[in-house]
Design a protein. Structure first.
Ligand SMILES: NC(=O)C1=CN([C@@H]2O[C@H](COP(=O)(O)OP(=O)(O)OC[C@H]3O[C@@H](n4cnc5c(N)ncnc54)[C@H](OP(=O)(O)O)[C@@H]3O)[C@@H](O)[C@H]2O)C=CC1
Ligand SMILES: O=CCCC(=O)O
Length: 331
């Protein structure tokens, strides 16, 4: 059984400028605040919806950050904030003490393990922190590549979406090298509001998949409720209000509901990633012979939504797949 404990970092970190948290992230040890500072250069690979604000918060907090992204233009806003640039993941890893990766999916493991990948720049004393959502098999694969160089590996997928990433309020689900966990804690505390250490590599990845499996099914159930309420002549906005006051209230419903009623899906969590997480959760269930029929049904709807061209919309656009089903059944 994995050991799990929750730390409340914001109680422990004292330095703030305005509303932003400040940490000492200098490459020189002289100005690192003892006990709370991170000493060294920080790499960041992957500057999508989540990676860009996370890296930005590290820069704002005073860290010496070097970035890389497959589509180079996404580095520009970070470079304007003072980030350095390297032209490959290996370049970032070799010039930094700790490298974070916030990448799409298991296929993105090539950023760590492929040609010019981060592993090529790793060495003893360095660390690699993968904050992407992948399955445990992928995470262990990346871990083997990184640790074979003598470097340390930590997986640290996050709960929380675009806004919590911007506000530095993510929840980190970490597992792997515990001393790396302790070393990067000040950086996690810049980007997040809490962190769990869950033991061996794989436990963070599976925790994240379980949470997102529940979330993906909840969203489908909510979408069904909104459509049904309209069909029977209720105001779906009143349904959202009623739900918000009862036992099944969840921030997600109040946050996404009003725009779903207007058929607007501004992307915070891309639908293609929610479907990926359900696919990976189903594989996890398969591995341990656990039936997860509700998640399996939800996954089918996200697949339909993808086939309707909604992959890059917010995952709440799954309601459009239900609307399409209704239309088909009426033809
Ligand atoms: N958005 C959200 O609310 C949350 C997302 N997550 C998870 O975090 C991860 C990132 O999500 P998010 O930022 O939303 O996703 P985005 O799609 O916005 O960004 C994905 C990033 O991965 C890069 N990438 C994708 N494939 C490859 C590849 N084969 N090689 C190199 N780089 C690649 C993209 O590069 P390029 O710019 O070139 O396309 C981009 O930097 C995902 O695993 C997601 O499931 C976790 C919590 C919340
Ligand atoms: O992986 C995405 C999670 C989104 C969230 O936790 O709100």
């Amino acid at each position: 059984m994995a050991a799990a404990f929750l730390l409340c970092p914001r109680l422990a970190l004292p330095l703030r400028r305005g509303s932003r948290l400040l940490v000492s992230c200098s490459a020189s040890s002289s100005d690192a605040a003892a006990g709370v500072g991170f000493q060294g250069r920080v790499g960041f690979l992957g500057l999508g919806i989540m990676g860009a604000p996370m890296a930005s918060n590290l820069i704002t907090a005073g860290c010496d950050v070097t970035v890389w992204n497959r589509t180079k233009s996404k580095c520009d806003p970070l470079l304007s904030l003072g980030a350095k640039f390297e032209s490959s993941p290996a370049g970032v890893a070799s010039s930094c003490d700790v490298t974070f990766a916030m990448l799409a999916d298991p296929e993105s493991a090539e950023v760590a393990c492929g040609t010019n990948g981060a592993a090529e720049g790793m060495a003893p004393g360095k660390g690699y922190v993968d904050v992407s959502t992948v399955d445990d098999v992928t995470s262990k694969f990346i871990s083997r590549h990184i640790t074979s160089t003598g470097a340390s590996f930590l997986e640290a997928p996050v709960s929380g979406s675009k806004k919590p990433a911007e506000d530095g309020l993510l929840i980190f689900l970490t597992a792997g090298d515990e001393s790396l966990y302790k070393r990067v804690a000040p950086l996690l505390d810049v980007m997040g509001k809490s962190r769990f250490y869950l033991g061996d590599v794989g436990n963070g990845a599976t925790m994240k998949l379980v949470v997102n499996m529940v979330m993906g099914s909840m969203m489908v159930s909510f979408a069904e409720g909104l459509l049904l309420s309209e069909k029977v002549g209720l105001d779906p906005n009143t349904v959202i209000e009623v739900i918000s006051q009862g036992a099944i209230s969840a921030p997600m419903f109040s946050l996404k509901g009003p725009s779903m009623v207007k058929a607007a899906y501004p992307t915070a969590f891309p639908l293609k990633h929610q479907q990926k997480d359900l696919r990976l959760a189903l594989a996890l269930g398969e591995m341990v012979s656990q039936p997860i029929p509700t998640a399996a049904a939800a996954n089918e709807l996200y697949k339909v939504a993808k086939s309707l061209g909604l992959a890059d919309q917010d995952f709440s656009a799954v309601i459009e797949a239900l609307k399409a089903k209704v239309q088909n059944s009426q033809q």
